[in-house]
Design a binder for this molecule. Structure first.
Ligand code: HEC
Length: 172
């Protein structure tokens, strides 16, 4: 019996030895397939951030990104033009624009709530005129928050600009 059992187990071991590589390969493939699809799902969403439906503007609240929002949504009226006293095509122009209606700088550094520019993009019923961009759908709340944060952080230039080293007064 003992001999037979040994023979039997030897047989099973042989069978296992014979097939285990295949089993292992199949198991490995299944594991690989699973982990591949899960990392694929996890990895693809952040990776797609830049190329998602033409949304190529970064989400950090830097002037670099904010100015791209302006050029893509506030043209042609405030880019190379200054409808109602507002010109948004350079840092200097953004910071120096005084709206004809509000009568103050449209960007009040450190005070998004007090900035006419925020009132005009955020409120469906701004203090003066209509919501911006005029005749277009409103900015997403993510974009509005991005502009808000940039203003509340001091409405600074650069800091995201790798090629603007001499421009960044900020040391961080
Ligand atoms: C199609 C043209 C057009 C576009 C696009 C547009 N604006 Fe305007 N904007 C105007 C006009 C016209 C006014 C004055 C009438 C009004 O306030 O409704 C104005 C007024 C403003 C004012 C108030 C200035 C004042 O008189 O005190 C701000 C701030 C402003 N726009 C910001 C923006 C921003 C930011 C964008 C982009 C998100 C934008 N606008 C897009 C035409 C435009």
């Amino acid at each position: 019996m003992i001999k037979l059992r040994n023979k039997k187990s030897a047989f099973y071991i042989n069978v296992f030895k014979k097939f285990s590589p295949i089993v292992l390969v199949i198991a490995a493939l299944m594991l690989y397939g699973c982990s591949d699809s899960s990392t694929g799902a996890n990895g693809s969403s952040p990776g797609n951030g830049a190329g998602n439906g033409g949304e190529e503007i970064g989400t950090e609240p830097t002037f670099n990104n904010v100015s791209q929002i302006f050029s893509s949504t506030c043209a042609p009226c405030h880019i190379n033009a200054s409808d109602s006293g507002v010109r948004l095509d350079s840092y200097e122009n953004v910071m120096n624009s005084v709206g004809d209606q509000y009568g103050i700088l449209v960007v009040q550094p450190g005070d998004a709530n007090g900035s006419p520019l925020v009132d005009k993009i955020e409120s469906s019923n701004p203090q003066f005129g209509v919501r911006m961009p005029e005749n277009e759908s409103p900015l997403s709340s993510a974009r509005i928050n991005q502009i808000r944060t940039w203003i509340n952080d001091g409405a600074e230039n650069g800091s995201n600009g790798n090629d603007e080293d001499d421009n960044g007064g900020s040391d961080y």
